[in-house]
Design a protein around this ligand. Structure first.
Ligand SMILES: NC(=O)c1ccc[n+]([C@@H]2O[C@H](COP(=O)([O-])OP(=O)(O)OC[C@H]3O[C@@H](n4cnc5c(N)ncnc54)[C@H](OP(=O)(O)O)[C@@H]3O)[C@@H](O)[C@H]2O)c1
Length: 356
């Protein structure tokens, strides 16, 4: 477990670092202005992480992505007061649709040449069965896996630019990281011939596929983008508005359950602090860092220190269901998952444009 003291020391250092401290700190030069994209930043874990990020960095440029304008304007106004040198903007988009993701990414690409941090936490809690979007994917599965991968895929040039930007005239920061907040450690068996669960949908299969596919995809992405770190993070049990789609009775039951497990519930502000640590700590360097950085690094998703892809537990330690992940490895599942993901992108967002 990484102590809160260590987490807070890391986060406090983000503001005080100056150019002359770059070599001391190691892999990242955490100079302002950062560019941070919080997909799911209008509530819960994305909101609390964005707040801590804005609190601890110098003049960051932060984009919150979601649908709720009312929520967004409250958060933009609060965060702008918290750090008057920062710039917080809202992009409204329904990102359960991959074409909605493309629209949001086009807007960002028009404004930013680099993105230091892509924080992905958009999601829903629902007991509905398969709920197809106009693009033919299940809505929940799309939010928890496909749309997140589409953000990463679209913004890889900007993430790679962030990784190398310290050599440019602005001497900007080299932090280049993606954090996808879901459920590492809860990987389950994959149905390799029905990865999108067209014929085998159930809430349990959806949870297992979304989790395992996130865990495998971060490995694939880190291998082909060695200058960027990719993290699949588990937040623990956190009281947020995630139950908003349920009726009052179910919401009451969830609140009572949370109350009875209170000692194990991660307070929302702490959850934000811990995710800023995951998003910035040198414990999770990109693969290209190598050398001494890798020796000091956390163990990656493939069991190798500093491999650039990390499965991070709520307390900052590393996790992952080793049995399932080694079974996936023996079947070459990571490659199959990534090829399937690109096929989905091509079918929905390619020139023909249509349904999967
Ligand atoms: N809270 C927990 O205990 C817990 C535990 C394990 C895993 N997780 C996972 O962590 C993630 C974040 O959970 P949370 O508790 O922070 O949930 P939350 O408070 O409900 O926040 C979800 C975010 O997703 C956005 N969103 C949902 N549907 C969207 C859509 N179609 N288009 C654009 N944005 C959309 C929401 O924005 P708008 O409403 O503005 O659209 C909101 O900002 C989820 O994937 C969840 O499964 C949470």
């Amino acid at each position: 477990m990484v102590s809160l003291q260590t987490i807070r020391a890391n986060n406090a250092s983000l503001k005080t670092l100056g150019p002359e401290l770059v070599a001391v700190f190691g892999t990242f030069s955490l100079l302002s202005p950062y560019v941070c994209l919080t997909v799911g930043g209008t509530s819960g874990i994305g909101e609390t992480a964005a707040r801590e990020f804005v609190r601890h960095t110098l003049a960051p440029r932060v984009y919150l992505i979601g649908r709720s304008e009312a929520q967004a304007s409250r958060i933009v106004s609060e965060l702008s007061k918290l750090n008057p040198d920062g710039k917080v903007s809202f992009i409204k988009s329904d990102i359960s649709l991959l074409r909605g993701v493309d629209k949001a990414c086009d807007e960002i690409k028009g404004k930013e040449s680099r993105v230091n941090l892509l924080f992905l936490s958009a999601g829903i809690l629902t007991s509905k069965g398969r709920d197809e979007t106009a693009e033919g994917l299940d809505k929940k599965f799309s939010l928890h896996y496909y749309s997140r991968m589409r953000f990463i895929y679209n913004l890889l040039p900007q993430l790679n630019a962030a990784a190398t930007s310290s050599t440019d005239a602005n001497n900007d920061g080299r932090l280049s990281r993606v954090v996808s907040v879901l459920s590492p450690g809860r990987e389950g068996r994959l149905l390799l011939d029905d990865l999108s669960l067209k014929s085998n949908y159930s809430l349990a299969n959806c949870a297992a596929h979304a989790c395992t596919m996130n865990s495998l995809a971060v490995g694939e992405l880190a291998a082909s983008n060695p200058e960027t770190s990719f993290i699949h993070a588990y937040p623990g049990a956190v009281k947020t508005n995630a139950d908003r789609e349920f009726g009052p009775l179910v919401r009451l039951a969830i609140s009572l359950l949370m109350l009875s497990f209170w000692p194990w519930v991660v307070p929302l502000p702490e959850c934000g602090e811990r995710h800023v640590y995951a998003a910035t700590s040198t414990a999770f360097p990109p693969k290209a860092a190598g050398g001494k950085e890798a020796e000091k690094a956390a163990v990656g998703a493939d069991g190798v220190k500093g491999s650039g892809a990390y499965l991070v537990h709520w307390d900052g330690s590393t996790c992952g269901n080793e049995k399932i992940l080694s079974d996936c490895k023996s079947k070459g599942a990571a490659k199959k998952v990534w090829e399937h993901t690109l096929e989905v992108f091509e079918k929905i967002c390619g020139q023909e444009g249509g349904k999967y």
